[in-house]
Design a protein around this ligand. Sequence first.
Ligand code: NZQ
Ligand code: ZN
Length: 393
Amino acid sequence: MKDFNYYAPTEVVFGENSEEQVACLVSKYGGHRVLVHYGGKSAIKSGLLEKICGLLADAGIKYFKLGGVVPNPRLSLVHEGIALCRREGIDFILAIGGGSVIDSSKAIAYGVPYDGEVWDFYLGKAEPECCLPVASVLTIPAAGSEMSEASVITNEDGGVKLGYSNDMSRPKFAIMNPRRTFTLPPYQTAAGVTDMMMHTMERYFTHDDDMTLTDAIAESVLRTMKDCVFAVLKNPEDYRNRAQIMWGGSVAHNGLTGCGISDDWATHQLEHELSGMFDVTHGAGLAVIWPSWARYVYKENVSRFVRFAVNVMDVPNDFTDPEGTALKGIEATERFFRSIGMPTTIHELIGREITDSEIKEMVRKCSRGGSQSTGCFKVLHAADMEAIYNMAR
Ligand code: NZQ
Ligand code: ZN
């Protein structure tokens, strides 16, 4: 097992009516003037936004609302949020929503105390010295941003989607009431489960050895998510299984499934170009990329893919044909994605044939003009990226 630091400072308040504690938690973490940041309509429609604002008001906490965060959250709204926070002297950001709202909140939090352009952090041109505290009331289990150090923002100018990670933005608390996820459409439910499985798999496919416990946790997360998703697609109001999925999303991305290993993230890097260019759902994009990535790289460590096939996808182990077993595991994963309504080709994802020049543009962005590689299980250069996009088309 490799040496590691495990840092997961977020206070998780999980369960029925957990949102009742919001004002108390905001005060505990020093919030007096709060930006309540939210998305398009779900938090309004469900009454959650009104409830949270009422609880803050009852506790004498001043709040300001900024809605309109869209999936693949935009830099322009981040700028608007920064201006609002400065104007109103806001000292705490409360996200009500999913990964997009939380990521937008983190970007605003970096930008408020910074004199320069917040996008510089995402471009790797600057590092923040501090940021405002952020917390969330989670409404969709998926991105894991409620406990992660990452924020992913799309700059509309050129459709450039970039992530920036810094421990200082890890949320102070995450309120998670599984009942609040009953209203999720099947596609978002399935894309969310795909994303959390991929957060686990990006770490699971490694060449490192001797991490029995980390492997067992990862396989357990994967098997649990795989089983529970069918139950909630059948019955969206299944609290028990919604709860497993909600906690699974956090466990998959709070670092626990990565302790002691080197992680990969190539599928995520390749996907971010798809959702940056075509504004598609991140989890669905991952379902499209992963099978092609897997077929492209599995020979780097066939036994790892065999282990995944057998322990996660229930493929019988054919000891005489490890490659065959590995490939059956990839096929079974692809079948699983389809069975929960995810696309598995770019054509299905964007609704038309992708052009060669669009693929070249994604490769250019992903490889930063050919200067940067991605991945660890197999290091991918521009030509590898192009091959994987072509396999997925
Ligand atoms: O805007 P509203 O109306 O709220 O609708 C949202 C949105 O359309 C809807 N939704 C959320 N909660 C709902 C609901 N609909 C009904 N009932 C509810 N309870 O779901 C849609 C998707 O929301 P979004 O926040 O975009 O989903 P997700 O959590 O999947 O976040 C995706 C973003 O996170 C980034 C992705 O790239 C993408 O931009 N990621 C962030 C990561 C991180 N910060 O650590 C890691 C991930 O790998 C990922 O890259
Ligand atoms: Zn993801």
